[in-house]
Every structure is written in C-alpha cells, then in structure tokens.
Design a protein around this ligand. Structure first.
Ligand SMILES: *Cc1c(COP(=O)(O)O)cnc(C)c1O
Length: 354
C-alpha cells in the first residue's frame, strides 16, 4: 500500500494562476496547476504521483470508454477570513467513493491514499482556493478502468485521479421542474446509489426533453408506478409539508446518499423541524399543495448547496411557489455557509483542515 510520504511530487515550473482572475469564474472550466494520478495494477496501488495537470494518453481500447467502469466524487474546499483552508466532510465522500467502487466491481481505494493524496494536492495548489465569499475549490476525485482490452469483464487495471477546479458562486436561479413519468434514473437492484459516470449519461436525454418543454430539470420517480419521487436531476430533494421536512429514504438503493442531504437533515433537526426519510408519493405532495400545506421544495448537492424549486409540474397539474417568502431553505443554506467559511463553530467536526 502507498503511504502518504510515498506520493511522488513534481511541481510546475510556473503557475498558470497569474493569467486567471478567480472572481466569478464559471463552474468546472479552469483547473489548477497539479493533479494526482495513481495506478492499480497486479492487485495493488502504485506510482502515486502529484504532477503538472496534463492530458492523459489512453489506448483506444481503454476499457472505461467501452464498458463504463467509471465513478467520481464532488467535494469542496473553502478559505476562511484568516486564509486557512478547510475541506467540507471529505471522509464521507471517501466512504461513498468506495461504496460506488464496490458496486462497479472496482478496487477499494485506501483511506490514506484518498485523504492524503487530496490534502497534499490542495496544499500544493492552495493559492487557487478563491478568497471571495461564495467561492470555493471544487475537488473531483475519480476512478476508471484502464485495461487496454475490449473483452467484456471487469478490468485488471484502474486509474485513480484527483483534479481541482476553482469555482465562483453557483448561479442557481429557482428551478422549474418536470415530474418525469417515462424515463427512469434508478431502480432497486440498480446503480442509483453509486456515483457512477453512466448514471449521468443515462439522464441526459430525459433532461434535454424536459428542457425542450421549458423546464430546468426532471423530478425522477420510481420505475414501477412513476409515483414515488426520487431525486431532482442530480440533486437530492426535500419537501416541507406543514411543519415537517420530508426527503426520500435511502432504503431502496435508488437514491444517492448526498453529503449535503445529510448535512441539511442535521441542520433542519437543529432548527427543531421534524425530518422524515421515507417514500413520498406524488399524490401526497399534490394533496398537501391543495391544502396549502406544501411550504417549500428544494434540491441539495455540493455544487449549489440548495436550489429552490419555484414550479413543479405533474401531468397537467402545475404547482407554483413564491420562493421569496420562504424562510427554511435560505436559513439552512446560510447556516451551512457560515460553517464552511468558519463564521460559526463547527460543532459536528465537518471541516477538515488542509
Ligand atoms: C452527487 C449527487 C448528489 C448530491 O450529493 P452531495 O454529496 O450532496 O454532493 C445527489 N444526487 C446525485 C444523483 C448525485 O450524483
């Protein structure tokens, strides 16, 4: 196994940072000076390297390109007003990464390699973490099968990598959402709970259809009845009905266990709201709306933290909301941001110092 001190570091000769203004940069477009690259071969991880960010040279028969053994994570690092850098709940992402790896028949990544590789990479590129409020450094760990061989079987070789992208405020205008009844994202027994690259590819057609009807995203429903809500695009979804917050439970394996989802549940409970993780039927949502009890609807995820939903359409029934009057979702978002930027105590030990 690779120990932290065995990560070989090659630094760039001069940083690209001098040519880039970190203010209000678009999401996922610029990458820092360095990247982590590690190979899995002969049953073990080897050649751990932090080196200048550069293209990969891949054989055209690289297994991941054909059969899709590919998984990823999304994490963020923040700078507080003293210039100290912290990563938000990276251990939770590490654990989820290995859950995804297991489901896709890929090797487990050792904790020290994932955590120390990430920490050392961020330390080297720490000048890339923006100082401005609402800005952060997006961390993208990923793994893919790298056998040069198109026989159908789990690959023997894999690459584990981490790249970093400075990011500005995620411009999240309140969304219009189409409740999807034809296409599905996840089924029990499937890979919905894994952060597998193919889940994203499989969602794009339905999303494009919803966009062509004037919606921003779909609200996925279950594969059998198209009644039980799952996730909103690539975000977990919350409904505030009466004085309860309800979000789909994880038990059927069709929901990605979001770190933001878990953080939002924790903060909602601290705000003395009752939180239920359970199956939620679209009919129950509509009844609540008709009774004036459907108070707030929002999506949660690392990129935007919380995205408000201003319109939800199910068949011909349209629910519209005055998001400007909402209290809960904005309060949760602001609370999480204060923890991230070190403005209130981090009572849950969510922030890991770089
Ligand atoms: C990544 C992801 C989320 C959000 O997870 P976070 O850990 O909160 O970023 C939700 N749903 C899907 C399908 C995802 O891929």
């Amino acid at each position: 196994m690779i120990a932290a001190e065995n990560i070989n570091i090659t630094k760039v000769e001069s940083s690209k940072l001098k040519d880039i203004n970190l203010e209000n940069i678009p999401f996922g477009k610029y990458f820092t000076d360095h990247m982590l690259e590690v190979d899995f071969e002969d049953g073990e991880w080897k050649n751990a390297e932090i080196k200048p960010y550069q293209p990969l040279l891949l054989d055209p028969s690289t297994a991941a390109l054909h059969y899709g053994q590919a998984i990823f994570e999304g994490i963020k690092a923040y700078k507080n007003n003293k210039g100290e850098a912290f990563i938000f709940r990276p251990l939770d992402n590490f654990k989820r990464f290995n859950i995804s790896a297991e489901r896709m028949q890929m090797p487990q990544v050792p904790e020290e390699l994932f955590m120390e590789g990430m920490r050392q990479l961020i330390e080297l590129d720490r000048n890339w973490i923006p100082n401005q409020s609402d800005h952060s450094l997006y961390i993208r760990p990923f793994m893919f099968s790298s056998d040069a061989m198109i026989g159908v079987r789990a690959s023997d070789k894999y690459k584990f990598m981490i790249i970093l992208s400075p990011t500005g405020p995620y411009y999240s205008v309140p969304m219009r959402i189409y409740v999807e009844e034809q296409y599905v994202r996840a089924v029990p027994g499937g890979v919905g709970y894994a952060k597998a690259a193919g889940n994203y590819g499989a969602a794009m057609y339905a999303t494009a259809q919803a966009k062509s009807k004037g919606y921003d995203q779909v609200l996925w429903t279950d594969a059998f009845e198209h009644k039980y809500v799952q996730e909103c695009g690539t975000m977990n979804v919350f409904f505030i009905i009466g004085n309860k917050a309800i979000t789909p439970g994880l038990e059927t394996g069709t929901i990605l266990a979001g770190v933001t989802r878990d953080s939002v549940i924790t903060v909602l409970k601290e705000m003395n709201l009752e939180v239920e993780e359970r199956q939620l039927n679209i009919d129950e949502i509509i009844e609540a709306h008709k009774a004036g009890q459907l108070k707030e609807v929002f999506g949660t995820g690392t990129a935007a933290t919380i995205s408000l939903i201003k319109e939800l359409r199910y068949k011909d029934y349209v629910m519209e909301f005055d998001v400007n009057s909402w209290k809960t979702a904005p309060a949760v978002k602001s609370h999480l941001n204060k923890i991230r930027y070190g403005q209130i105590p981090d009572v849950h030990d969510w922030m890991l110092k770089v």
